[in-house]
Design a protein around this ligand. Structure first.
Ligand SMILES: [Mg+2]
Length: 412
């Protein structure tokens, strides 16, 4: 008995969410971009209009603007995307408990055994995502995961494509081999040496030849191309798990002394601490990321003997890491990341002691946090930040990591 698998892919996810929050940019070319004002900014996502101008994810803002002079850049809001992703997931969960996330905007659903056809369910999910979330999705329906995913890519936006045992050769085999899941540039170049360009070429190639050229990975791809993928839809946990919360900045001038670093780290740590609190997390590991003016970079981390969400603790750890590991070269980019997060619920079952000054610092930081909530960030600034207003007046770039490997896919 064949399985019925859906793959739901939200169209232009980040840009679609931003357009919902800013209806006035809906009919304009829009790109979600990191670091709009600062030195390095890249396109993280774009809407269909920007895409029609040839704007691509990963290119610089000036490249995008050259192709599309009217483009509107908006900063990313990870917390919004996480919320929309969670709400989409709630819809999927109503149809089956077998739901597997693939990145923040894609899921497989195994709806085998449902009295309705896969297409009926797919169309209903599309309608609900549109009506309840205000964004569109494309859905692929097939008897295996790989073809379901290819179905959701086949027609966009807001479409359902059914790939069957009867039509997969006609629909998928003419496509370039790079359209197959997990076929990257290097694999495609190797296959091209053997005249294999399309998915059909791969499917019809001799299995032993492919095994010889690509090894075990090749065997898997050959099976995918022939519709022989049997991998199950895994029941992944319902909520997206945030693995770390970080902020980084490329500073307006190079950081050349301890005081420069202290100021910048402080802003970053305060922002990380505020976001930990918003998301109800404490951390037990702090990591710094440093890129120097010769563009060499490194990361160093330290495990704390306690769990914390205090800016002071995160700063102390980050500054200690900098002092211990930095060789004095001018610094261009600095980042701080809170890792090994524990949720507030589990933090209540104390496995680790609080930081030594926790009680006093926590009361102070919560008071500051409360003031900022009501009056904005500028209301309370630490004395340290007034030493160089130019250095300290940036807004840190958010770097949520949600299953890092999957988030990278979104950027790719
Ligand atoms: Mg998508």
């Amino acid at each position: 008995m064949d399985r019925t698998i859906l793959h739901v892919d939200i169209n232009n996810f980040f840009a679609a969410v931003e357009c919902l929050y800013n209806p006035e940019i809906r009919d304009k070319p829009v790109a979600v971009a990191g670091d709009v004002e600062l030195r390095h900014g890249i396109v993280l996502a774009k809407n269909l209009i920007a895409k029609s101008y040839g704007v691509r994810t990963g290119e610089t803002l000036s490249e995008a603007r050259a192709k599309c002079p009217g483009i509107v850049f908006v900063p990313p809001h990870m917390e919004r995307y996480i919320e929309f992703s969670r709400r989409a997931r709630e819809i999927y969960d109503e149809y089956t408990h077998r739901v597997e996330s693939f990145g923040i905007d894609e899921c497989w659903l195994d709806v085998s055994g449902d009295a309705r056809s896969g297409k009926e369910i797919a169309d209903e999910i599309r309608e609900r995502v549109k009506k309840e979330l205000g964004i569109t999705a494309s859905v692929g329906v097939s008897y295996n995961k790989v073809f379901a995913k290819m179905g959701s890519d086949y027609k966009k936006p807001d479409a359902t494509t059914v790939i069957t045992r009867e039509n997969f050769r006609k629909l998928l085999w003419p496509l370039p081999v790079t359209d197959l899941l997990f076929v990257g540039g290097a694999t495609a170049r190797k296959l091209k040496l053997y005249g294999i360009r399309s998915i059909g070429d791969l499917a019809c190639a001799d299995f032993e030849l492919i095994r010889g050229v690509l090894g075990k990975n090749g065997c898997m791809l050959w099976k995918f191309a022939n519709g022989l993928d049997r991998t199950p839809v895994l029941e992944s946990c319902a909520s997206i798990k945030i693995k770390s919360i970080g902020n980084s900045t490329t500073t307006p001038r190079d950081l050349v002394c301890d005081d420069d670093v202290r100021v910048t780290l402080y802003v970053l740590c305060e922002s990380v601490a505020a976001r930990l609190r918003e998301q109800c997390f404490k951390c037990t590991t702090v990591q710094i990321h440093v890129r120097d003016s010769s563009l060499e970079s490194y990361e160093r981390q330290v495990k704390l003997p306690y769990e914390t969400w205090l800016a002071r603790d995160i700063f102390d750890a980050a500054f200690m890491l900098y002092k211990r590991h930095h060789d004095g070269r001018p610094i261009r980019t600095l980042g701080v990341r809170a890792m090994d997060l524990v949720s507030q619920e589990s933090a209540q079952i104390r496995l680790l002691p609080e930081s030594p000054t926790a009680e006093r610092d926590e009361a102070l930081e919560l008071a500051v946090f409360g003031l900022r909530e009501r009056f904005g960030n500028a209301i309370v600034r630490r004395g340290i930040l007034l030493t160089d207003p130019k250095l300290s007046s940036f807004s840190p770039r958010d770097e949520h990591v949600i299953h890092p490997e999957l988030f990278d896919k979104q950027r790719a």
